[in-house]
Design a protein around this ligand. Structure first.
Ligand SMILES: [Zn+2]
Ligand SMILES: [Zn+2]
Length: 436
């Protein structure tokens, strides 16, 4: 490294330091923001108070252009652009996402109040840093409030409405049990299955009936048998929502609700086909009519951006984060998120972070942990690591080029144009033992 490069390096580190300082200066307001959202949990698409708290948080800072109810009733957008001296160059557009919906009866058991805080904090940190150090090209920062992650998929609505169209890189982070740059969040499809049979007296003339409960039971068992032949990374789980009204009436109607999950859209399509066959076979066996319906939005699997993940780990380590050697969390299977759909349209990162507790997401203990004082240190540390990663992307054009290259490549792999996934799995020799 020559003296000039050394000076650049120091300037970049100074810039990162400034981002972290700015976040620390705002720690009181940020903790209040998160606590306000936590103490008034609201369900998907109904996050009115969280929306107001967040939009006020940015409005009162003056320099942010805030658009409440941006494209959705409880979404918002806050933007800041660095001075545009060079009118010719298009700004580099960096997005930070905030989630803020809660769970029925459990409150903020997934810690989305902390996701909102991380997004707001990282954006403030980056803005503070860019005020002190002029970026090589203008930068636009967008904080996008994305409602309804737990149910419905607000990010998918926002993608469809064009909210991500000109973003270059997008950042968010999710509370978990440890720090990890990536977890292979899987694609999910939900299906409601309705069987229509015929009621009849169950003792006097049962042969006149068509038993819809039997169809539901057969479907449930067909899927249980299928599970034996499923890949270990697939998940099928469901409930019987309606199984008849009275023992002496042959059930004329039954209803099941199932979630199907797989690590890629391609495998999810395979799984859907197999599950469909299970449902239809049950209808054929019992003589019932079957109807299917699904919610509008399938969540896609999250595409990993290795360059962003590596940069995040480097910055996180400087702040004292500890990562597993392979950068994967110890439970490398996770649920699903609508960030998956975002990862198909914009290069991005969705790391997980420790919040000072071993409690598991979607439990009462996690609700408590997400509202605790202890979580604040870890939440702000994560925001700092995200802001520092954004600074690397802004000040290192080669890094941005690699981020874009990774994005293109992973999409090609996902779409099946390159069979790298299969090849690397075969050559690793671990998972697939052919003998019993
Ligand atoms: Zn959750
Ligand atoms: Zn969550």
């Amino acid at each position: 490294m020559g003296p000039e490069q050394g000076a650049e390096f120091t300037a970049l580190e100074q810039c990162k330091l400034r981002a972290a300082e700015r976040i620390q200066e705002e720690c009181g307001c940020l903790s209040t923001l998160s606590r306000d959202i936590w103490s008034r949990p609201e369900l998907a698409y109904k996050e009115q108070q969280a929306h107001d708290t967040l939009t006020q948080f940015f409005s009162c800072r003056g320099v942010w252009l805030v658009e409440p109810r941006y494209k959705l009733d409880t979404a918002f957008r806050a933007q800041w652009t660095s001075s545009l001296s060079d009118k010719e160059s298009e700004p580099l557009h960096i997005g930070f996402l905030c989630e803020y919906d809660a769970l029925p009866s459990l409150g903020h058991a997934c810690g989305h109040n902390l996701i909102a805080e991380v997004g707001a904090a990282a954006a403030l940190g980056l803005q503070g840093a860019l005020e002190c150090m002029r970026p090589p090209r203008p930068v636009k920062i967008t904080v996008l409030g994305t409602p309804a992650e737990e149910d419905g998929g607000g990010k998918i609505d926002l993608i469809e409405a064009g909210a991500f169209v000109d973003m270059h890189v997008v950042f968010m982070a999710h509370p978990a049990q440890e720090d990890a740059p990536y977890l292979p969040a899987v694609a999910i499809h939900d299906v409601t299955v309705k069987y229509y049979g015929k009621a009849s007296h169950a003792a006097a003339y049962p042969w006149e009936g068509v038993n819809a409960l039997d169809a539901a039971i057969l479907a449930y068992n067909n899927l249980s048998v299928l599970r034996q032949q499923m890949k270990p990374t697939w998940r099928v789980h469901g409930i019987i929502k309606n199984g008849g009204v009275k023992p002496n009436i042959i059930p004329a109607y039954s209803e099941l609700e199932f979630y199907l999950r797989a690590p890629s859209l391609k495998e999810l399509a395979e799984l859907k086909e197999k599950a469909d066959a299970c449902f239809k076979a049950a209808a054929a066996a019992t003589g019932c009519r079957v109807e299917f319906s699904s919610s509008d939005h399938d969540y896609y699997n999250v595409l990993q951006n290795k360059t962003l993940a590596k940069t995040y780990v480097e910055n996180g380590k400087k702040l004292g984060m500890q990562f597993a050697a392979d950068n994967l969390a110890s439970n490398s299977f996770s649920g699903s998120t609508d960030f998956g759909n975002v990862s198909f349209v914009v290069p991005g990162i969705h790391p997980y972070f420790y919040i000072g507790s071993d409690a598991l997401n979607h439990t009462e203990q996690y609700t408590e942990a997400a509202g605790s004082k202890e979580a604040q240190f870890y939440t702000l540390r994560t925001a700092k690591a995200l802001a520092m990663t954004a600074i690397d992307v802004i000040f290192k054009p080669d890094l941005l080029a690699n981020v874009c290259e990774d994005f293109k490549l992973i999409k090609l792999i996902e779409e099946g144009n390159i069979s790298v996934t299969e090849k690397s799995r075969d050559s690793s020799g671990g998972a697939g033992c052919a003998s019993r």
